[in-house]
Every structure is written in C-alpha cells, then in structure tokens.
Ligand binder design. Structure first.
Ligand code: SF4
Length: 366
C-alpha cells in the first residue's frame, strides 16, 4: 500500500481500485496523511489562507435531506441581508485584512444575478478576491457574475453516486450539478466542489468516484465535510460521518490534485476538537472564518453545533504545527498578491443589525 501512495506522490494518479484499497486500509493512515502533508508543503507552502465567509441569506428553494436550512424545515428563522449589510460585512472583512470574501447563501432567487453583480462590483473596488457559493444558476447568470468580477465559485457535488444524489436532493439532478460545474470552469472561475462523507448508503466505491470526478473536472478547490446529522431533517436518526474517513478522502484528493486549495472544514472541528488541525496536517491549507452577524449565524445552521474560529487560538494552533496565516489571496498555483493580515484583527467594535437587532460583533466568528 505504501508503494501505491509513493506512486501517487510522484504521478498524481490512482485508479479507482487503488483509491478503494487505500480507503479500506486503516493501517496506512499515518503514512497517507504524512505524504499528503508533504505534497501540500511542496506545492502550496506553509501559509494557511483565510477566507471571510458571509452568509447573506438562509432562504433556499431546495430541500436537501441533510441540510438544516432546507426549504421544508419550518423551524428556522429565515433572514436575508440587505445590500448595505452585506457591504458592511465585506468592508469589515477587508479592514481586518482578509483577501478573499466568500458570499454564501441558500438558493435564494431574490438575489438575481444583476443584483449580486452590483454587490460584487462594489466589493471588488477593494483589493480582494470574491468567491460565490449560491448554488445552481444558468450559464448566463454565472457569466453576469463573472463579468462583475467574481473570481471563484463553490458548488459541492456532495456525491457522484446518481441514485444517492437523487435520494438526497429532491427535484435536483446530478447531471445538472455537473453541468453547472463545467460551466463555471468554462467561464474561468476558480471552481470548487467537494463531498459529504457519511451519507446513508454511501460506499467507498462512490467516494473513489467522487475523487476521480474532482480530477476529471480539474477542480481548483475541494471541500470535504463529514456528515453531521441535523435533528430537523429526514436524516435525524442517522449516524454522523466518519471523521477519519473524511480526512482520508481529503488526503487522497491532495495526492491527485497537488496544487489546489483545500479547506479544513468547520464540520471536521465540530466532530472533534482536533479535527481542523488533523485536516491541516493531512493536506488542507485553507480556513474559512465566518464573519456574518452573530444573530444571523445561529440561523444558518446547515448542521448543528458549529464551532467558532478564534483568531488568537488559531494563530497559536497553527504555530504549533509550523504554519502561519497568509496575507495573500491564494489563487491556485499562484499564491500571489500582497496584503497584510492585521495581527490584531479589527472589528471588535460596533455592530450591527440584522432584522433590527444590534449585537456586539467580534471579528472572527465561527
Ligand atoms: S444544502 Fe444548500 S441547496 Fe441544499 S437545502 Fe441546504 S442551503 Fe439549500
């Protein structure tokens, strides 16, 4: 098995059966993680890129069975930020030193491509990259957003198993999901995708297919999340996903796509206090702190008990593993672009309103 991993380290290819063999064999985990960490170091260095996440609407037309803000969950307090609120959060993130702003929402069609384009153009007056995570849209809509200056787009495939995809995503289709991803690539977005590990009925074979799909797409970013069961969803009686298996999928992805950006997802730390650090030591190089207003964050509960990112603890934890916080935009293969991350992040100050409430606002959220 070590030979297989050594081969992937050099050639960055593995067959489906080879991926399955590695996923099955837990005696090889330490070697797999160490090798993925070496590749990460060689290709992306020791800096960790921070992306400021703004969750601007928890309204969604979809009904994904694992998701706490799915359309049919009536026990969610829904919110939709105003344009000036989104810009205020973006400005705050810029002042704090972030070089990437991630605009994330459910599939909320109130935000037309034209309206989002206005917001993107305003944010892009700063020297920052903009990433969108707003779900499925038409080619023309993606083009409007790209033309407005959006740099990256996140759209997780969740699973490439067609049956499972259909079961988990009522009224959605895997074919359309894939088409959206290829459209995004065609339009020149840095394109991110990824999977949920631990969906009921998911097999190692289908996880291997997921990894090979990332390679086929030549994805620029991959986010792997273990399933965390939400009590207000049809999956409420299922088990949480296996964190170690999720980290193995992450590490294998690093072997096959050595120069891409891979976040250590919040879901990993939610399952285990050390989960984020384990991911960073197995190939991950990105963290996405949430800068959304506190009183909105609690209503953007895709899964329960999300942990927070505290800046000072993060810096200390990263130093312990020889890593530092980057001040760059961190595009794939071109970490580029100067900037200075404020060592004492701004934003502990005023703020702010969401549906007429005011809360003290701390810059590094969940
Ligand atoms: S996973 Fe995304 S698209 Fe699906 S219901 Fe949740 S927010 Fe909507």
């Amino acid at each position: 098995m070590q030979k297989l991993i050594d081969k992937a380290k050099i050639e960055h290819t593995l067959s489906k059966s080879e991926i399955i063999a590695i996923l099955k064999d837990n005696s090889i985990n330490d070697y797999l993680f160490k090798t993925a960490d070496e590749i990460r170091k060689n290709y992306t260095g020791d800096e960790v890129y921070l992306r400021a996440l703004i969750e601007f609407s928890n309204i969604c037309r979809c009904d994904c069975k694992y998701c706490g803000i799915r359309r049919d969950n009536k026990n969610v307090s829904r919110y939709r930020l105003e344009k000036d609120e989104i810009l205020k959060l973006a400005d705050f993130a810029v002042q704090s030193g972030y070089k990437t702003i991630v605009l994330q929402s459910g599939e909320d069609m109130f935000f037309s491509a034209e309206y989002l384009a206005e917001i993107i153009k305003e944010i892009k007056q700063n020297d920052v990259a903009v990433t969108l995570s707003i779900g499925e849209r038409t080619f023309e809509e993606y083009k409007i957003l790209k033309d407005a200056g959006a740099d990256r787009f996140l759209l997780r495939i969740e699973t490439t198993d067609e049956n499972l995809y259909g079961q988990m995503h009522p009224q959605m289709s895997l074919a359309n999901r894939k088409q959206c991803l290829f459209n995004l690539k065609k339009l020149g977005y840095e394109t991110g995708t990824g999977s949920l590990v631990g969906l009921p009925g998911q097999t190692l074979e289908s996880l291997a297919d997921d990894i090979l799909f990332y390679k086929e797409l030549d994805a620029d970013m991959i986010g792997i999340g273990p399933l965390i069961v939400h009590p207000e969803t049809p999956l409420k009686d299922e088990k949480n996903g296996d964190l170690i298996l999720a980290i193995k999928v992450l590490a294998l992805t690093r072997l096959l796509l050595p120069d891409i950006n891979i976040p250590a997802t919040t879901a990993m730390e939610t399952l285990h206090r050390e989960g984020r650090i384990w991911a960073l030591k197995a190939g991950a190089n990105v963290i996405m702190p949430n800068v959304t207003f506190e009183n909105c964050k609690k209503n953007y509960e895709i899964y329960p008990n999300k942990v927070s990112v505290d800046y000072e603890s993060l810096k200390t934890d990263l130093a312990k593993i020889g890593r530092t916080i980057s001040s760059k935009k961190g595009f794939r293969g071109n970490p580029d672009n100067s900037g200075r991350f404020n060592s004492s992040p701004a934003g502990r100050g005023k703020l702010t309103r969401c549906k007429n409430t005011e809360k003290e606002y701390d810059s590094f959220g969940s």
